[in-house]
Design a protein around this ligand. Structure first.
Ligand SMILES: [Zn+2]
Ligand SMILES: [Zn+2]
Length: 344
């Protein structure tokens, strides 16, 4: 069956479609254990995606009702979306890193009105123009049925082996794309004896042909000044040091030579930071910086929701530059502007 791929050594993947998304699909991995199959991620919560997952599991000789456990790389809906349905069908446990569990808990508990108020304040501070903010002020918040993500019942503890009977799967904390993103290192010999150390389920952290979105960690209850891009770059070096024989990512396709891909990404981000410094010869708000950054299409063609994501990415880059002492906030500016530091 086209949507199922055999990776050998008791590991298969299923391409679970993401509706109306250029990424196309999430690769849901099925890992055999002595107690039944364990899933790594589950896919987007949509009837067609659920049907594809069910067909894929049938092609693997199993079914949703047989799943022993679910390991989630991070809380995003293309990874955690179908977890509730899998648990309902099977009674499987669901494991996630504590930092992402608290995001899920907050998403389930935060009243949408409060979220819109938080986003409005944030966008004002980032220097967004009034015509962009206005729709948020008048938004009629409502909760969408079926979009409450499943609350995980197990915590993934960094550095520890997960309770997968008969397998060695170790959690590697790789914050950056989300604060609680984890990669899972299968510490077993590669089934085709490829050189290197086991296999790495990399979620969205390390992908063969695209870079994951790195924005700010959005938390209305937490005023900590985090540095997600710095976290991400550190996490890249962490997975390169594992030197896995093969990477099994959550999108696109499996690949070898993780250290090479990590070097490419580190170089890409360094180039991007240097490019931003060139823009910051004049003081800019995060919004103005986002407008001038290079995206996959001209700023005028970027839709509303994606602009919020873009400005968050611009802010993450500014945080990094400030932390490195390569840029600084202009004293007294409101909304705050940033400028390259003298002598860089
Ligand atoms: Zn993601
Ligand atoms: Zn993803």
């Amino acid at each position: 069956m086209a949507q199922m791929t055999e990776h050998g050594g008791g590991v298969r993947s299923i391409r679970v479609p993401i509706p109306d998304n250029p990424l196309g699909y999430t690769l849901v991995y099925v890992v055999d254990t002595d107690r039944g199959p364990v899933l790594i991620d589950t896919g987007w919560d949509d009837p067609a995606s659920w049907d594809t997952l069910a067909e894929g599991l049938a092609a693997c000789g199993t079914a949703a009702g047989e799943i022993h456990g679910v390991v989630i790389t991070h809380h995003h809906p293309d990874h955690h979306g179908l977890s509730a349905k899998v648990r309902k069908a099977s009674g499987a446990w669901i494991a996630m890193h504590a930092a992402d569990i608290s995001i899920v808990r907050r998403a389930r508990g935060t009243e949408p009105g409060r979220w819109f108020a938080y986003m409005t304040t944030k966008l004002e501070a980032a220097g967004a123009p009034e015509e962009h903010i206005a729709p948020m002020r008048t938004a009629r918040p409502r909760t969408l049925p079926g979009l409450a993500p499943a609350l995980p019942d197990r915590e993934i503890v960094p550095g520890e082996l997960l309770a997968l009977p008969g397998r060695r799967l170790r959690a590697i904390w790789t914050p950056g794309h989300t604060p609680g993103h984890v990669c899972l290192h299968l510490e077993e010999e590669h089934p085709a004896q490829l050189p290197g150390h086991g296999r790495l389920f990399s979620g969205d952290h390390l992908l063969p042909g695209i870079t994951p979105h790195i924005g700010l960690y959005e938390d209305p209850d937490d005023a900590t000044v985090t540095d997600p891009l710095g976290d991400y770059l550190d996490s890249l070096e962490r997975v390169a040091r594992l030197d896995p024989a093969e990477v099994l990512p959550a999108h696109q396709h499996a690949f070898a030579d993780a250290p090479f891909r990590v070097r490419e990404l580190l170089a890409h981000h360094e180039e991007r930071l240097t490019g931003l410094l060139a823009l910051l010869t004049t003081p800019l708000t995060p919004w103005q910086l986002a407008e001038r950054m290079e995206w996959n299409r001209p700023w005028d063609d970027i839709p509303y929701g994606s602009r919020n994501i873009a400005v968050s990415e611009a802010e993450a880059h500014l945080r990094r530059l400030v932390k490195l002492g390569r840029a600084e906030a202009v004293t007294g500016s409101d909304p705050v502007t940033y400028v390259a530091s003298e002598g860089v």
